[in-house]
Ligand binder design. Structure first.
Ligand code: F55
Length: 840
């Protein structure tokens, strides 16, 4: 470990403030300097990317005081720190967000304009770090934003994937995947910190020995070692001086050259082993549900967890604190079970490397961790084949056995010899193949367990984690998700944000409950007009974007009916498609039918190995190909699939939508967070009683929410009674017509094979009860269409009320709850240190 290179005589320099000054002239000069000295370009040959990089460095320079002052303050005060351990952080583009949080957006916009440049065009150059799949990774990003804004000392730890989530393109309406090369142009927001590199052991075996005090100890002899290098990114709070750190680990080989191998003449082998080490942080797994039991994935999880825990111990010791103080210095949130091996790794570090007694180590471990669950789908619960786990992490398997032995004694003590319960709760699954159960490990090793919406937490207690709830009822708490209003309103809907500022002041982005003051204007004609105008303008903007991206011309006066999220059978994009086909058939049967013109907007990626999800995408694009061209439709229906859904592409969609599709089978969507972004931006929800929809409806009022479908209990009951989807098909003529139209090959050039797997699945299994909810959905959509068309004034009123009542769903509220009820971490406000004092 490198120590700091302390000087014994104070350094004093006289500097001008050009590097960080905030006058327009200084900003322009700094920008041109960065173009010249960092990019090595003069304006006559600078590309758009050069301008982006120069601007990014100019903004970054204005963040460093915040960042260094924050670090200094945390060290000096031994600040208790919330650590967010997550395999995914879906941060989205930084430039715009950093400008907003610094409060410098308008100033920079003007500076660029005075240089003949356009800030938005420069912002468009950024390649976002797509280091996540969907909601789970984006939630981590919203929480980092809120923690910084609330001045909560925090650290995010994850993996610096060289290739993030794949880029989605289309061939003939089918999804094709391309690699995401986000680092191709360099990343101006990160700082590599090789001086804090750590080593991570993998594989090998363990050896017992007796130490000098006669105690039994275990030594882990690995068969490979990789080096983890931290890359740090500052995370600014909004209008505060706090800049926390996101620390992502890159895997490298311990030495750039394996000299042993080189000396033996195995040059190829030496270079190859370097490549193998680097594979660990090479690529994000693109699945957002099913666990592929892949060795590399387990290596990734262990790698970043071990790096992070070693780093925390280094930080603790660098503050002169003893190891016993770990749970006072840090509270560690596990973002799902992906980092749950941290429980075994902290035990190993304490017991083996630091020779701590088991019981004390276990007390420290349980005090340190808390676990967030994000799914009820049984196939998504992480379990690792025991042989694989043991071959990679032999010592951790032994530790898990020992945790399990003690734990199962505790279960027996409370419940007696209930062998079935013990088999269900064991950290090791032994029914047909042996597995390590990560959710069980997470529950046993944590002091708090939370779901992400009220319904989800209740269902956790009643189903997948029932046994753990019965043993540890005090551990279970709910933490309903939230989203950051800075990115999802101030940055992405600036016109609406300005209108709100003008009416209720500017405190709402950090006190979102204040949006309720908008209710006073719900009948104010001028305000209503502006609200409507802004929605229209946002729709026109998206219309142009859609034409640019897809070539499809849509009508900005039509209803924008939007479903954007990962493609999943349980999220039921199929149900949406059935509705589109229903409307299309009605028009074919009666071309003069009065219907509400609609633009159906989809976006979302399917996991590359998820056949049915890819087929659903193909169905949507195939329906679009027919509907968009059919003259009978007369442009009353349009279907667009916006490619490559990511944070960047989503930002202009929420502000432009009228109707938000939140139509998952009740009981399957843990929370949803897109649902919150839509309502915040004034779109109305059509949804089931699932996840956070339940709470959104409670807040906005049942009369301002389009509810349909079975409840979670009804879904369970229907399945228990023997659900027969084909009966719904037989008994519903319109549904039958829709299904038959797909089966006939109408949307597949006469080919009856293409969609057969999808149709067969719906008629025979229909695990997500699409057909059972069809009629309820159609009825509800008919009602939605009528209100939009015939009662525009009421629609507008509902739109305003939705936004006005979204205060609860700020990630600030969620983070405050975590702080108060799980983390027990308090804010530490940051005073900016003077540069001259900091370098002295
Ligand atoms: C990613 C990788 C694996 Cl191996 C498993 C799951 C995921 C993942 O991305 N899950 C995910 O996004 N879950 C979602 O989390 C959101 C935040 O809590 C919820 O709102 C949403 O309901 C849930 O599906």
């Amino acid at each position: 470990v490198e120590t700091s290179f302390a000087r014994n005589s104070p350094l004093s320099v006289q500097v001008e403030d050009d590097r960080t000054g905030l006058s327009l002239e200084t900003l322009k000069r700094a920008f041109l300097d960065n173009l010249f000295y960092v990019q090595g370009k003069s304006p006559d040959i600078a590309t758009a990317k050069d301008y982006y990089m120069a601007l990014a460095y100019t903004v970054r320079d204005r963040m460093l005081h915040h960042w260094l002052s924050t670090g200094q303050t945390y060290r000096r005060t031994h600040a208790r720190t919330a650590v967010y351990l997550s395999a995914e952080f879906l941060m989205g583009p930084y430039l715009g967000n950093n400008l907003i949080n610094l409060g410098l957006y308008d100033l920079f916009e003007q500076a660029m304009e005075e240089l003949g440049l356009n800030l938005k065009e420069i912002m468009d150059q950024e390649q976002e770090p797509g280091l996540g799949n969907g909601g789970l990774g984006r939630l981590a990003a919203c929480y980092l934003d809120s923690m910084a804004t609330l001045e909560i000392p925090s650290l995010g730890y994850g993996i610096r994937y060289e290739f993030g989530i794949f880029e989605q393109a289309f061939h003939d309406g089918w999804q094709v995947e391309k690699t995401d090369q986000w680092l191709r142009w360099g990343n101006p927001w990160e700082v590599r910190r090789p001086e804090w590199a750590v080593h991570v052991k993998i594989g090998g075996h363990t050896e017992g020995y007796t130490d000098h005090q006669g105690r039994y100890q275990v030594n882990w002899v690995p068969d490979k070692v990789v080096r983890g290098i931290p890359y740090d990114t500052p995370i600014l709070g909004y209008q505060v001086n706090t800049a926390n750190t996101l620390r992502l680990w890159r895997a490298e080989s311990p030495e750039s050259f394996d000299f042993d191998a080189f000396n033996r003449g195995d040059y190829y082998g030496a270079v190859n082993s370097k490549i193998i080490s680097e594979n660990i942080s090479k690529v994000l797994y693109p699945n957002d549900d099913k666990l592929e039991g892949k060795q590399l994935r387990l290596e990734q999880e262990f790698f970043f967890v071990s790096c992070s825990l070693q780093d925390m111990i280094r930080l603790l010791m660098s503050e002169g604190l003893p190891l016993e103080q770990f749970p006072e210095k840090f509270t560690v949130q596990l973002n799902d079970t992906h980092p749950a091996v941290a429980i075994a790794e902290l035990m190993r570090l304490l017991v083996d490397d630091h020779e701590m007694a088991w019981d004390l180590a276990w007390e420290i471990t349980q005090k340190s961790f808390a676990y967030t669950n994000h799914t009820l789908l049984p196939e998504a619960l992480e379990r690792w084949p025991m042989y694989l786990f043991g071959s990679l992490l032999p010592r951790h398997l032994e530790i898990i056995f020992e945790i399990n032995r003690i734990f199962l004694d505790q279960v027996r003590l409370k419940f007696g010899p209930d062998n079935e319960r013990i088999a269900r709760m064991s950290l090791i699954e032994e029914t047909g193949g042996r597995y390590v159960r990560m959710a069980n490990l997470a529950c046993v090793g944590s002091h708090a367990i939370n779901g992400v919406a009220e319904l989800h937490t209740e269902l956790l207690k009643e189903t997948v984690l029932k046994d753990f709830y019965e043993l540890f009822p005090e551990k279970f708490v709910n933490k309903t998700n939230g989203v950051t209003p800075r990115r999802w309103m101030v940055l992405s809907n600036p016109r609406l944000a300005k209108l709100i500022d003008q009416h209720i002041g500017t405190a709402w982005p950090t006190q979102l409950d204040q949006l309720s003051k908008l209710e006073a204007y719900v009948d104010d004609p001028a305000f209503r007009n502006e609200w409507r105008e802004i929605k229209q303008a946002n729709k026109r903007f998206l219309t142009a974007r859609i034409e640019r991206l897809t070539g499809i011309k849509v009508n900005p006066d039509s209803m924008f009916d939007v479903q954007i999220k990962r493609i999943h059978e349980y999220k039921r994009q199929q149900l949406n498609a059935l509705h589109i086909i229903t409307l299309y058939r009605r028009l074919k049967q009666n071309p003069d039918l009065e219907i509400t013109p609609r633009t159906f907007i989809f976006a979302g990626k399917a996991a590359p190995g998820y056949f049915m999800a890819k087929l659903i995408i193909k169905l949507i694009t195939a329906v679009g190909d027919i509907v968009n061209r059919d003259p009978v439709v007369r442009d009353r229906l349009k279907v667009v699939f916006i490619p490559n859904y990511n944070v960047t592409n989503s930002q202009p969609i929420y502000p432009a939508s009228d109707l938000s599709e939140q139509i998952s089978t009740a009981g399957f969507e843990a929370s949803g967070t897109g649902n919150m972004k839509f309502a915040l931006n004034g779109s109305l929800t059509i949804g089931t009683l699932d996840g956070a929809n339940v709470e959104i409806r409670e807040e906005v009022g049942a009369e301002n929410f389009f509810l349909f479908g079975m409840t979670a209990d009804e879904v369970t009951a229907l399945k228990a009674s023997g659900y027969q989807p084909w009966q719904y098909y037989e008994e519903n003529a319109e549904l039958k017509g829709v299904i038959d139209l797909i089966s006939s090959g109408f949307f597949s050039g006469g080919d009856t094979e293409t969609f057969k797997p999808l149709i067969d699945n719906l008629l025979q299994q229909d695990r997500f009860t699409v057909l059972a909810d069809y009629q309820s959905y159609i009825d509800c959509q008919d009602h939605v269409g009528k209100v939009y068309q015939q009662d525009q004034e009421n629609w507008l009123r509902m739109s305003i009320l939705n936004a006005a009542r979204m205060g609860k769903f700020s990630s600030d509220r969620a983070v405050r709850e975590y702080c108060k009820e799980i983390w027990h971490v308090d804010p530490v406000s940051i005073e900016l240190q003077e540069y001259s004092k900091m370098v002295a």
